[in-house]
Design a protein around this ligand. Structure first.
Ligand code: FES
Ligand code: FES
Length: 177
């Protein structure tokens, strides 16, 4: 079947098998490998992207169902060399470790903040409960999203960025004082 979709600002028109998942079409057909596959069973959320501005687990959608849509992957979220505020906040608040969940987590957060620009911590946790992270314990992810929300409302990022913290000096083990 023929499908046409705009992905990260570029229009693609391709032949796909009716059974092809959107995530496979994006990765294997269009080379958008910034969308990782973590489970293929709609559980982990790592394959989350935006379809017409709404977050979608792309392993749960057929490519033909996305015909005529506009898709944003993590590869198209920044404006040129300027990161989206959510990307910036994840970097500033260390909202990732291995990074596998991060593209999906960031895009789910972008969707969350588009519907709720001033979320509570509980609302962030609830809004991201479809996205699993095996590394971080979620604390810094939530902080990143709250900071991005604050910045996007014009209130500036939340304090406490690990980059702003004063560096501690550590004595070399075994050094005499
Ligand atoms: S790969 Fe889609 S939810 Fe896990
Ligand atoms: S940072 Fe490793 S899975 Fe989330």
């Amino acid at each position: 079947m023929r499908v046409r979709m705009k992905v990260d600002g570029v229009v693609y028109e391709d032949e796909v098998e009716p059974r092809t998942l959107l995530t496979h079409h994006l990765r294997d057909g269009l080379g958008r490998v910034g969308t990782p596959i973590g489970c293929d069973t709609s559980n982990c959320g790592s394959c989350t992207l935006l379809v017409d501005g709404e977050s979608v687990k792309s392993c749960s959608v057929l490519a033909v169902q996305a015909d005529g849509t506009e898709i944003t992957t993590i590869q198209g979220l920044a404006e040129g060399s300027t990161w989206h505020p959510v990307q910036k906040a994840f970097q500033e608040h260390h909202g990732l470790q291995c990074g596998y969940c991060t593209p999906g987590m960031i895009l789910a957060a972008v969707d969350l903040l588009s519907h709720n620009p001033d979320p509570t911590e509980d609302e962030v946790r609830h809004g991201l409960e479809g996205n699993l992270c095996r590394c971080t314990g979620y604390q810094n992810i939530v902080k990143s999203v709250l900071s991005a929300a604050s910045e996007m409302r014009g209130d500036g990022p939340l304090p406490g960025s690990f980059q702003d913290a004063p560096a501690e000096s550590h004595e070399t083990a075994g050094a005499s004082s």
